[in-house]
Design a protein around this ligand. Structure first.
Ligand code: GLU
Length: 472
């Protein structure tokens, strides 16, 4: 059974780069009928906060990347917080100490710094010099009596390691790349490179998909697996996510945190679609796809080893498509908070629904809804200056008066055909056509020069509101 995991450090809302790793682990698990696990890497006690864990789990829930095991859902391999897994780490640390793959190191910070500086001066790699590798029991007791608390270091293998990365292909780590590294701090808290191995091992993780920046850590992790005599999982390291200027994606490029996308009113399915295209492409070359289709087509071998660009325009394009193809009631519910902020009177739900139906196609994301609805609400019916100028002309007044008269005499419910009949009457009566006919009508009814088709707008505004605007 394939088991993948997302192992975030709880430091706040999730960002695109991070969630892309989660997304691909999730897609891989879902496409292989495997399990997707969340584990919280909270050993950095200063930076990790429970509220941050909540934020990131909420982001994951909103995005719809559901997990089979982890916080909030439990599972057979818990606890799913590193700070609660101390006993497990201790057990393996003892095993490594007993087998000679790890040792207690009593060197002080000052000694280590002096040693590093010396190595630099002598143009040697700044690796640990191994001075505590073979301490006798007496030496250890002497250090402890001095009050030194030991860290635990891993005794590095003097050999090259090869990684068959699912995405990058074969990567060779030559021997001598790293020196004996710390696996457990003097406080007893394990460091990332160690805890991650013990967790992946004891949680039966089969595939680790994560960001490129962890590639150089992998050799350390491979060594620990080897020392424990355990098989390593398969690794896949995903290249960076870039902005359109091909620099690492950051705030400067626009929204980057999941929470920001949510607030802007993107649908989670649109974001999932855009995230999946960050380094993966469909064999059918389609770009807009429901998640179920992405899962069906997902193939880890099609994930690119090159950096990918987060294309905001493509996200908007997907988003516009999804907004049009989502149930109108749902879109309406999602729009309400943005409209409430504008203090519009939303009591008439039928009216609201008809408005949203005709303007949703203009929105790249739902918070933009407020850019297109003002003239439907009397309090924000604002006539633009160019329209004021137009309506002040005699020709425009003639059209408006004729249209108002025809409308007031109209008894049928307003629809596209009725609108057409009304404009035909005005055309015959005034002799105006084209822009001269349509602009004054649009201008008087909406205050704007552009917008959705008037035959859609008039039936929504209704006769009374329309006449009020025409007869000023
Ligand atoms: N906590 C690490 C991070 O957030 C996880 C790395 C890994 O997946 O191994 O980058």
């Amino acid at each position: 059974m394939i088991r993948t995991r997302f192992a975030p450090s709880p430091t706040g809302h999730i960002h695109v780069g991070n969630v892309r790793s989660a997304m691909f682990g999730w897609l891989f698990a879902r496409s292989q009928k495997g399990k997707f696990i969340i584990r919280i890497e909270d050993t950095d006690l200063e930076r990790s906060k429970p509220e941050y864990t909540d934020m990131l789990l909420n982001d994951m829930e909103w995005l719809g990347l559901d997990w089979d095991e982890g916080p909030r859902v439990g599972g057979d391999y818990g606890p799913y917080f590193q700070t609660q897994r101390g006993d497990t780490y201790q057990k393996y640390t003892q095993q490594l100490l007993d087998s000679g793959h790890a040792f207690k190191c009593y060197c002080s910070e000052d000694e280590l710094t002096a040693e590093r500086e010396l190595a630099e001066k002598e143009s040697r790699p700044p690796h640990y010099n191994g001075s505590c590798r073979c301490l006798t029991e007496e030496q250890k007791i002497a250090f402890e009596t001095e009050g030194r608390a030991p860290v635990i270091r891993f005794r590095v293998f003097e050999e090259a390691f090869i990684l068959n990365d699912m995405i990058k292909g074969e990567v060779t780590f030559p021997k001598g790349m790293v020196g004996d590294f710390v696996i457990v701090r003097a406080s007893g808290i394990p460091v990332y490179n160690y805890a991650v191995v013990i967790d992946d091992l004891t949680m039966d993780i089969t595939h680790v998909l994560r960001a490129d920046e962890h590639l150089s850590n992998t050799v350390r992790q491979q060594m620990i697996y080897k020392a424990l005599g355990m098989p390593e999982p398969k690794f896949g390291h995903m290249a960076l996510v870039l902005g359109e200027d091909r620099k690492k994606l950051s705030k400067r490029h626009g929204a980057t945190s999941i929470e920001e996308f949510r607030r802007l009113g993107y649908l989670p399915e649109s974001l999932r679609n855009a995230l999946a295209l960050l380094g993966w492409s469909s064999p059918t070359a389609e770009e807009i796809m429901p998640t179920s289709k992405i899962i069906e087509l997902f193939d880890i071998n099609r994930v690119s080893a090159s950096p990918s660009v987060f294309d905001f325009k493509r996200l908007d394009w997907i988003s516009r498509h999804d907004i049009m193809n989502t149930n109108i009631e749902k879109i309406m519910d999602l729009c309400i908070p943005y409209l409430e902020e504008k203090q519009y009177d939303l009591s008439d739900k039928k009216y609201l629904k008809s408005i949203i139906e005709i303007v949703r196609g203009n929105c790249n994301h739902l918070s933009e809804i407020t850019d297109f609805v003002d003239y439907f609400f009397d309090k924000d019916y604002i006539v633009d200056q160019e329209i004021k100028d137009l309506l002040a002309t005699e020709e425009a007044q003639e059209v408006i008066k004729s249209f108002a008269k025809a409308l007031s005499e109209e008894d049928r419910p307003l629809d596209k055909d009725v609108y057409k009949d009304l404009t035909t009457i005005v055309k015959e009566e005034t002799g105006m056509g084209g822009k001269k006919l349509f602009m004054p009508i649009r201008g008087a009814l909406t205050g704007k020069a552009h917008g959705p088709e008037m035959f859609l707008i008039l039936p929504i505004l209704g006769k009374e509101r329309a006449l009020n605007r025409l007869l000023v």
